[in-house]
Design a protein around this ligand. Structure first.
Ligand code: NAP
Ligand code: ZN
Ligand code: ZN
Length: 347
């Protein structure tokens, strides 16, 4: 075991504080990663506020992690000391169930092991990336192409894959009209990735305040959802809607925007249910779906796609002491478009 610096939530109501946590010894199949940047995902905030259920405090969150391999176990073949690597939302899975065998470890039938707040295989509670080092099984460590600016690589590990996966699964591409609801961390990546896939992209944001940014990211259209006429104008329009909103929204209004056989996929994870009136689905034979992060192979595919296409998130790099302030800004939809902690400020 080794003791490393970290930022942790002491409870659901106290601010996050600097502290130390323990990391396990590097096992034969493990790599020790010296973390350089960690992104702040809204899921970190839902978690520490116990909006999704009780969590074991004190807890270090963070599942958008990039750094370099500092040590590799004796049986490690996939990564070498000095490699630039990343870790996303999971650090293990059963590897034996049908979903794991299909490369969909995020849907492991025994539950994947989350990067934080999960019971690890040694019985300890996993602790996330707001810390200087992490030890992870080599199979759950991604190769991060050097061409992606280092601080911008971190958000791809959650915001990138969570939007890439449904866009790819539901065939966003040329001839497809895709709407992205909410342009925060996930939403702005959804826009960039859907544009790169060749789709015609529309942003549905609360206001027009970020319209210039949305168009600069490649969206062709941008509407304010606070304006009721938006829902009249865009009725029966989209093949695919990706909902990234962290709060409940009125499903019947958004479903009415789908054309024949269109699908609304929610990746946003509000703590409250999202009631769906069935008649909104009957019209145009619409589907309502959900999607959770992505598998390890698909995450690698996304990283390589972003490197090849020159896609990277917009980030605001902060110090370890600015995390609580950043949380407040995320909660106020005041994020442009992902906060990333410079972990050197934690050493
Ligand atoms: P974020 O940066 O806070 O973005 C959410 C955006 O939703 C905001 O920027 C805002 O966009 C919009 N929004 C917020 N409150 C709203 C409200 N009351 N009504 C309407 N729109 C509102 O959050 P994020 O990190 O992208 O995460 C978004 C959600 O995805 C969270 O619930 C998170 O837990 C979830 N998530 C799910 C997965 C998964 O695997 N499915 C993975 C990661 C995250 P505008 O200002 O443009 O309106
Ligand atoms: Zn996340
Ligand atoms: Zn499994």
């Amino acid at each position: 075991m080794s003791t490393v610096n970290a930022i942790a939530a002491p409870s659901a109501t106290d601010p996050l504080v600097r502290t130390t946590i323990e990391r396990r010894e590097v096992g034969p199949r493990d790599v020790l990663i010296e973390i350089s940047y960690a992104g702040i995902c809204h899921s970190d905030i839902h978690t520490v506020k116990e909006e999704w259920g009780s969590v074991p405090f004190p807890l270090t969150v963070g599942h958008e992690i990039v750094g370099r391999v500092a040590e590799a176990g004796s049986e490690v073949t996939r990564h070498a000391v000095g490699d630039r690597v990343g870790v996303g939302c999971m650090v293990n899975s059963c590897r034996e169930c049908d979903n794991c065998k299909a490369g969909q470890e995020q849907y492991c039938l025994q539950g994947n092991t989350g990067t934080y707040a999960a019971v690890d295989r040694d019985g300890t509670i996993t602790q996330g990336g707001y810390s200087t080092h992490v030890v992870v099984d080599q199979d759950f460590v991604l190769r991060v192409p050097e061409s992606i600016p280092h601080e911008k690589a971190a958000p791809l590990l959650c915001a990138g894959i969570t939007t890439y996966s449904p866009l790819s699964h539901w065939n966003a591409g040329p001839g497809k009209k895709v709407a992205v609801v909410g342009m925060g961390g996930l939403g702005h990546m959804a826009v960039k990735i859907a544009v790169a896939m060749g789709a015609e992209v529309t942003v549905l944001s609360q206001t027009l305040g970020k319209k210039d940014d949305g168009l600069a990211f490649g969206a062709e259209h941008y509407y304010a959802t606070k304006d009721a006429s938006t829902f009249e104008t865009l009725k029966n329009t989209f093949d695919l809607i990706i909902n990234t909103v962290s709060a409940p929204i009125d499903m019947s209004s958004y479903l009415s925007l789908l054309r024949l056989d269109g699908t609304l996929v929610s990746v946003g994870a509000p703590p409250q249910p999202l009631p769906v009136p069935v008649f909104s689905l009957f019209n145009n034979r619409r589907s309502f779906a959900g999607s959770s992060i992505g598998g390890i192979a698909e995450t690698q595919e996304m990283l390589d796609f972003c490197a090849e296409r020159g896609i990277a998130p917009e980030v605001e790099v902060i110090t370890a002491d600015q995390v609580n302030e950043a949380y407040e800004r995320v909660l106020n939809s005041d994020v442009r478009y992902r906060f990333v902690i410079d972990i050197d400020t934690l050493r």
